[in-house]
Design a binder for this molecule. Structure first.
Ligand code: ARG
Length: 555
């Protein structure tokens, strides 16, 4: 049962929905609370007065056992044994569907993420967009939305002319076939280091050749593209990441003209130093460049066309751009221009910004040759996971497979755990610690719960007449919060809420595990505790799955 929904319904006001009901930080006060501050404006009364009045009207029952009004908050306490029965039976019945809903049915959400650049390194800077975007994709799916994952490829620009020029001069087919994306990137780096004016000129020509449909230039470009995609797709697969479309910047080249025409007809374009711009001074922003003085399109032009195309094609409810905060201004400009064009849906475009990831051993350097490839970070994590799990349990079967699951979990969780806007420092030791707030800790807890249940040999049944102890009630309450956490994570575009939830639940379960006998308990107590343990296993598994992380059966 969804308690927030239940409470909201009983309060019976159009101004109050389940989302207004919060989880108080301190359960002494209550299990749920309604802050009345937002309502003050609507009801034209003080929050304290509103809370008092709502309290007078609210009738307790066998679900909500007491209500109190404190400092503008209305606090609710839940009937513990009723809650336990409800929550556990719901989880055991729903299994892997626990946490899912049909909130989003009939609505389409676009999640644009990862957006790699063709022929450039897939480096640690792409980690956050990839794992945050993928988690949002899975979270919205779980909530019943129709989700479209788009990898907005960086596949347009003069750099491809440079690459062809470098390949013609220094490259050969076998070497590039063998070296794949690394060899391609080396050529590009070499061009930037060594190209003379003649090569620069040649690069410009090759770029124009790609544009004019020249066969050889396009074949080379497609080849570099397929090498890049082959490479990144392997990593996506390991990370459990999925896309429905790879329509990148190039895809929009022939879709820009109508947008430019519309800007013109709406008198939004201005000429400035030969270039075409949309003046945004009034909104405190530098102008948005739409066409260069030589008539070439820009990054922004392609994004304007992409937004219009996506609206026409998918009629989205929301379109999310999971892109680093360095591009804050870019997206503000794009959204504003679309708004000025009269697109009422501009308000549904959301820049989901996140902070930088750097490695412990010095900031990530994007300078030539010093890029940290994401694949190397993954390999190191998996290697380290292998030694960490061997240390813990030398006799473990399938160690390689477990190390892969644990190592990848650590990479994902490491990038996800913090509030996404924070810059983070990635530490191999930290992300693979059994003691910290890590995926390994959650996975280990999950494996522990699993082994308790399977050792019991019991068929999990729910005893209806058990009054939980405090430490058990804490676990139950946390279990019951999962659907609300998933909803909250979607609403705030913050998958870290799910990650934190998993750690909190694991901690509460471990406290219970230390305090209470499970297998050696008897009768109803044993049956209840086993059901609780099973429910924790289900919920932790579901939480990690939303982040793209698997759970080993044994660890
Ligand atoms: N490929 C770009 C980069 O690596 C990110 C693309 C972001 N998405 C967009 N629609 N502009 O910086």
């Amino acid at each position: 049962m969804d308690y927030r929904e239940y409470i909201a319904k009983k309060l019976n006001s159009t101004e109050i929905t389940a989302n207004d009901i919060t989880l108080p930080p301190n359960s002494e006060l209550g299990d749920y609370a309604l802050p009345c501050f937002k309502l003050a404006k609507v009801f034209r009364k003080s929050p304290v007065q509103i809370a008092e009045e709502l309290k007078e009207k609210y009738e307790c029952d066998d679900v909500i056992s007491s209500v109190s009004a404190v400092n503008g908050y209305l606090n609710f306490k839940v009937n513990k044994s009723g809650l336990a029965t409800d929550v556990l039976s719901c989880i055991l019945k729903e299994g892997e569907k626990y946490g899912c809903s049909d909130d989003g049915s009939g609505k389409t959400v676009i999640v644009e993420y990862s957006s790699v650049n063709i022929a450039k390194p897939f480096h640690i800077g792409h980690l956050s967009t990839t794992v945050i975007g993928s988690a949002l994709y899975k979270i919205f799916k779980a909530l019943g939305y129709n989700v479209v994952g788009i990898n907005h490829l960086g596949d347009y620009g003069t750099q491809f002319g440079k690459l062809i020029s470098a390949y013609k001069k220094w490259g050969n087919r076998e070497e590039v076939e063998k070296g794949g994306i690394h060899a391609v990137n080396d050529l590009y780096v070499r061009f930037n280091e060594q190209a003379d004016e003649a090569m620069q000129e040649e690069a410009r020509k090759y770029f124009l050749k790609i544009e004019s449909g020249d066969r050889e230039a396009n074949e080379l470009f497609e080849w570099f593209k397929s090498l890049t995609l082959e490479y990144v797709n392997k990593i996506y697969k390991r990370l459990n990441v999925h896309f429905d479309s790879y329509a990148g910047e190039r895809f929009y080249i022939d879709k820009m003209q109508p947008v430019i025409d519309e800007l013109k007809s709406k008198n939004l374009l201005k000429t400035s130093e030969g270039a075409q711009i949309v003046d945004l001074e009034e909104y405190g922003m530098p102008p948005c460049l739409v066409l260069r003085s030589d008539g070439a399109s820009l990054y922004a032009t392609r994004d304007l066309a992409a937004a219009v195309y996506r609206k026409n094609t998918y009629d989205f409810y929301k379109c999310l751009y999971v892109v680093a905060y360095q591009q804050n201004l870019h997206f503000k400009q794009i959204f504003k221009v679309l708004d000025l064009m009269g697109k009422s849906w501009a308000k549904d475009l959301v820049h989901v910004a996140y902070g930088m990831v750097s490695l412990e051993d010095g900031a990530m350097s994007t300078r030539k040759g010093k890029v940290v490839w994401l694949e190397d970070v993954i390999s190191r994590c998996v290697e380290k996971a292998y030694s960490v799990i061997t240390e813990k349990n030398a006799a473990l079967e399938n160690k390689e497979q477990v190390a892969e699951t644990v190592g990848l979990g650590a990479v994902i969780f490491g990038a996800l755990y913090n509030n996404k806007i924070k810059d983070i420092t990635f530490s191999y030791d930290k992300v693979l610690s059994f003691e910290g707030e890590t995926s390994v800790y959650v996975q280990y807890t999950c494996a522990r719960a699993n082994s308790v249940v399977s050792k019991s040999g019991a068929k999990i049944e729910l005893q209806l007449s058990y009054e939980p102890e405090a430490v058990e009630a804490e676990v139950i309450k946390e279990l019951g919060n999962f659907p609300a956490v998933v909803r909250d994570a979607a609403e705030k575009y913050e998958p870290s809420l799910v990650a934190r939830y998993a750690v909190d639940l694991a901690q509460k379960f471990n406290k219970f595990y230390i305090d209470c006998k499970i297998l050696t308990a008897e009768g109803d107590t044993r049956a209840f505790r086993l059901a609780l343990t099973k429910a924790v296993h289900v919920t932790l598994t579901n939480a990690l799955a939303l982040l793209g992380i698997g759970v080993p059966e044994k660890m």
